[in-house]
Design a protein around this ligand. Sequence first.
Ligand code: 8YV
Length: 305
Amino acid sequence: MKYTVVLTAEYPSVARDLLAGEFDVIEHPTEVERSEDDLITLLDEADAAITLLSDPLTRRVLEASPNLRMIANYAVGYNNVDVEAARELGIRVTNTPGVLTEATAELTMTLLLAVLRRVVEGDAEVRSTGRCIWEPLHLLGESAFGKTLGIVGLGRIGSAVAERARAFGMNVIGVRRGEPLDEVLATADILSIHVPLTAETRHLIDRNALQKMKRGAYLVNTARGPIVDENALCDALESGQLRGAGLDVYEHEPGVNPRLLAMRNVVLLPHVGSATEETRGAMARIAATDVARFLRGQPPLHVVV
Ligand code: 8YV
């Protein structure tokens, strides 16, 4: 009897190619707002599944999925999985670390530079006027060179951002996860978030933290939205406490705070940190390889629990 692997979305084809033949593969269309009940239905037959960050793998879902022995989460983050419940139920969980470090660090620099240099405003202007207007005081931004970048979280991605920022002539200061933030908040001209979302990091950047930042500083977030109190961020942007923000992630994805949509001093991307062909393909290969290894009785290579 073949094991059944459920793919909860359309992943790069390498995932299917690595699994089809040896296993029964059931592929579902991508769904960014899947409910627990929908997921329970999808996982009914699954011995293993490759899942998206937007799949709520709660205790209820895990308990209601009788055959499920393994989840390969198609992301380095796994805040969508109740890891404690998985551990108790003996469900193996894997993730896709490493292969998205560079892509996410590049996107962080993209957002940082785009906000400082008002790239999106400039693009919108050229398109709407059909003209290239040159004036000495027009669309002035700020230089990254000589600025201090504060990095919250010095893991793989935070360290890769530090390396890139230094190449742009920035001073880089960082704090490791769990260390006090006061100094980095008070010193950074731009603050960039690179910690995972956990109970401890939820609203790590709250109203109080935003108040401790330099007036006119910037915030970049390519990690997870709920690490920042989005309402407090909107207040800080509206009051001028922050001059701008570059965001790839939001507190209530797929929703985006309407206040952010109305601001010209923020650059908003749809959670595309890992969205390069190279990286998404590599993530699919890692997830599928670990599923195959697990179902063959070999240890997976990227174990969370
Ligand atoms: C993914 C991510 O785009 O890996 C992560 O943690 O946030 C991104 O790489 C997203 O998780 C896709 O599920």
